[in-house]
Write a protein that binds this ligand. Structure first.
Ligand code: C5P
Length: 229
């Protein structure tokens, strides 16, 4: 591990989308490149933290020096995150993953066939996925000391983010406006608002690695002041 303001700290990061299979060739997913989460894992490790990254399917190379686990579905991501959190009580957990809210209720073991062009499409029954951020945020002996969620919003970003903070039980929310024309999904830049219990910071539009560094520094600050341990 490197020297730096996060030396001795442990961090968990979830990143990327999840893929929820319908059959062997089809899945349901959110749009997510994983770039922001990977950049964050790298920034935290660069500042000395021991980082565990739990990643859904992406095309990215895992950052050097980061313990990375790969998964496909939300249930697998939840299992990996909870297993890691039970092994180490993390100083911080940051959920950047764009977890699919629902999964097909049943997964067909064979490809669902199109028979005739005019056939009615098959129905798509969905079941809710586990909420990993809410689960990590719930009071328990394993709760990371600081739990941070991301919120991709397309309108009234701050109000929605505040509501999410309360609903999920996390400590901070990083809200980004992914509204039309923002070019943030899959792009190299992000424009975020950091919402904590006692402050709101609007950050300028920055490269995702710069957002990652700034967030890692905010964590380091928090450990120094709010949480002397
Ligand atoms: O619920 P919503 O998707 O709006 O909240 C986004 C935040 O919650 C992100 O931090 C995301 O990683 C997390 N989340 C999660 N598990 C889910 C849904 C969202 O960890 N099933």
């Amino acid at each position: 591990q490197k020297q730096g303001p996060l030396a001795g700290r442990t961090c968990l990061v979830t990143a990327g989308p999840t893929h929820e299979p319908l059959d062997p060739v089809r899945y349901l997913a959110n749009r997510s490149s994983g770039k922001q989460g990977y950049a964050l894992a790298e920034a935290l490790a660069d500042m000395g933290a021991a980082v565990t990254l739990i990643s859904g399917p992406t095309t990215l190379r895992p950052p050097a020096g980061v313990l990375t686990y790969f998964c496909e579905t939300a249930s697998q991501m939840r299992d990996l995150a909870l297993a890691a959190a039970h092994e180490t009580v993390f100083d911080a957990a940051v959920c950047t993953a764009a977890v699919a809210d629902w999964r097909p209720t049943s997964v067909q073991s064979q490809k669902i066939k199109k028979i005739n062009r005019d056939d009615v499409p098959p129905p798509l029954a969905l079941s809710p996925n586990p909420d990993i951020l809410a689960k990590l945020s719930a009071p328990s002996a394993f709760r990371p000391h600081l739990v941070i969620g991301f919120a991709a919003e397309t309108e009234t970003v701050e109000a929605h983010a505040r509501a999410k903070l309360a609903r999920k039980g996390c400590d901070w929310i990083v809200a980004n406006n992914v509204g039309e024309g923002s070019d943030i999904m899959g792009g190299a830049e992000n424009e975020v608002t950091l919402i904590t219990q006692d402050k709101v910071e609007h950050w300028p539009r920055l490269r995702k690695d710069e957002v990652a560094r700034k967030l890692a520094l905010s964590l380091a600050d928090w450990f120094l002041t709010a949480h002397k341990a």
